[in-house]
Write a protein that binds this ligand. Structure first.
Ligand code: PLP
Length: 240
């Protein structure tokens, strides 16, 4: 076996992938309309890849596992804004609090209340998005549109002291049927918009809707998204 040859080949592949990151980002920025923010979803990618994106001007990074996020933070410059986008287990909340610019994936009231309690203990305010479940897949976490409307109409947010609900995050069904994808995004935006425009709730700073990934962000933006979460297009396929 020629082991040195293998390692040289791997390194060469890495270099190609790295220079791709900057050009992919540039391409994405040229296509994404003004006012739409890009979250670079860096989960499962090494810090070197994140640095490449950072050097190309990227500042918002999305991670889906607490341990991985906490390991990457000290390896990256301090002005990175970290978004947590994965299912957050209740036993990991305490470790995460204080380290995120935005937790996009609050998928239950129990989790939200825990985030609030831990934020209070830590003396910080945590920004969150409520995750809506509209997709067909049974396995996805989140509030149904009805559950989320009820949460707000029953004013259950009023007991929060250290959590700021900034808006809504959602995913479309995992399907090639782009009309279905569009309908899912349309529904997410509709729910967001009716909460936002309900004057009686008196919400402030409820103004973000995060939807769209590598394969469907164009449709998401057409349907009103102002935060898109892009992993594969920027960094390539993830190695799980
Ligand atoms: C992994 C992930 C993404 C990125 O998906 P890509 O298809 O790689 O762009 C976006 N949002 C969430 C919630 C994710 O878990």
């Amino acid at each position: 076996m020629c082991i040195p040859c293998v390692s040289i080949t791997l390194r060469a592949q890495n270099l190609t992938a790295m220079s791709d990151i900057a050009s992919r980002l540039e391409q994405l920025r040229s296509e994404v309309p003004e006012g739409v923010e890009i979250v670079a979803v860096s989960k499962f990618h090494p810090v070197e890849a994140l640095r490449e994106a950072y050097d190309a001007g990227q500042r918002i990074f999305g991670e889906s596992r607490v341990q991985e996020l906490l390991a990457k933070i000290p390896e990256m410059p301090a002005d990175v804004r970290w978004h947590f986008i994965g299912h957050l287990q209740t036993n990991k909340v305490k470790a995460l609090i204080g380290h995120t610019a935005l937790i996009e994936s609050v998928d239950s009231e129990k989790l939200l209340d825990l985030i609030d309690a831990e934020s209070r203990k830590a003396g910080v305010t945590t920004n969150v998005l409520m995750q809506l479940h509209v997709a067909r897949e049974e396995t996805k976490f989140g509030f149904t549109p009805v559950e989320l409307m009820e949460y707000f109409l029953e004013r259950r947010f009023e007991k929060l002291t250290n959590t700021h609900i900034c808006g809504v995050m959602g995913m479309a069904s995992n399907t090639d049927d782009m009309e279905r994808v569009r309908a899912d995004f349309h529904l997410i935006y509709d729910v967001f918009d009716s909460i936002r425009h309900n004057e009686t709730l008196g919400l402030r700073g409820f103004d973000k809707v995060s939807m769209g990934m590598s394969g469907d962000w164009r449709i998401a933006v057409e349907e009103g998204s102002d935060l898109i979460r892009i992993g594969t297009f920027i960094f390539g396929e993830r190695q799980y």
